[in-house]
Design a protein around this ligand. Structure first.
Ligand SMILES: NC(=[NH2+])NCCC[C@H](N)C(=O)O
Length: 305
């Protein structure tokens, strides 16, 4: 049996599923694209190639293994983009949620079926049909669970709205010991600079009590203000629109002390080091072209407490 335990974003990582770039299926056509950054690169002729994505992805794997993390991979499905394992399921405490996700990505779940079979089946939950949530929007943090979501009007309008009110309600009902706090995100299907695809595209807790945050990703400025007040201004690393676009908030914590970050995030990496973090720099710029980075590529199963 595979043990599950996740209560936050940063406790020392023991077990993780890392997405794979194998058998990606080449450049998608515009009709099948579901995020604006991939769309932009398809139009510009700069969509990444499998070989480069695999190289970056394997470098990330090596960094995880350097810290003795057990890394599982999804079964490779032919012609399927499986880079972003984060969104297809998520762990809270010892429970595994298999959510409803965007239809275009639904079949990715079968890649991790062999792992789900090895979880304690009593703790595997399916969501009701009309409730949607993707792991990129869900962040347990101490006695709270932060959830990025869209109210129905936006949810029905945008392909990039992935978590709805019913998804948020489901999490609230199933984790009564947590305070579940929803943040509406700003969405655009066509402009990647105006889109927070998931909560982890504009916010992520790091260390013990710090976070990376982009104000413009929040639909309601009061949510951003609440977070800054909660964490304390000095504990927030604010990023710019351009840094958000390059996915600076989507680093990944191996522990409260060690963060995997993109090799070219100069300002962020210097800021993290000034705050005492060890930064593992990995080239991941090709993967970022599909609107996800390190956090998105991982589905943590167990951290130690
Ligand atoms: N957790 C995340 N931010 N995941 C990013 C997923 C990106 C992917 N292109 C999608 O649109 O679904």
């Amino acid at each position: 049996m595979i043990e599950l335990m996740i209560k936050d974003e940063t406790a020392p990582l023991r077990t993780v599923v890392l997405g794979t770039a194998k058998s990606l299926g080449g450049t998608p056509d515009l009709a099948h694209v579901y995020d604006p950054k991939s769309r932009e690169h398809i139009i510009d002729g700069t969509f990444p190639v499998e070989e480069d994505l695999i190289r970056e992805n394997e470098a990330f794997k090596a960094a995880l293994e350097k810290y003795h993390v057990t890394v599982y991979r999804p079964d490779v499905l032919e012609n399927t983009n499986q880079v972003y394992a984060r969104d297809i399921g998520f762990v809270i405490e010892d429970k595994f949620i298999l959510p409803n996700i965007i239809t275009d990505r639904e079949h990715e779940k079968s890649g991790i079926a062999y792992l789900v079979e090895q979880f304690n089946q009593e703790n595997v939950f399916l969501m009701p049909e009309d409730a949607y949530a993707e792991g990129g929007d869900v962040m347990p943090w101490k006695d709270r669970i932060f959830v990025g979501y869209s109210k129905d009007k936006d949810f029905n309008k945008y392909k990039v709205s992935r978590t709805n009110q019913k998804g948020l309600d489901f999490i609230e009902q199933n984790f009564p010991n947590y305070e579940v706090i929803g943040f509406e995100l700003k969405k655009s299907d066509t402009d990647a600079r105006a889109n927070a695809l998931h909560l982890d595209c504009c916010f992520q807790p790091i260390g013990h009590n710090q976070c990376i945050i982009y104000k413009g990703g929040f639909k309601n400025v009061t949510d951003y203000e609440w977070l800054v007040k909660e964490f304390g201004k000095e504990n927030c690393i604010e990023i710019t629109k351009e840094e958000m676009y390059h996915m600076n908030s989507n680093v990944f914590s191996i522990s409260p002390e060690v963060i995997v970050s993109e090799a070219r995030f100069d300002r962020l990496n210097a800021e993290l080091e000034a705050r005492g973090f060890t930064v593992e720099r990995i080239p991941y710029a090709e993967i970022s072209k599909m609107e996800g980075l390190f956090r998105c590529s991982t589905l943590p199963l167990q951290r130690s407490y």
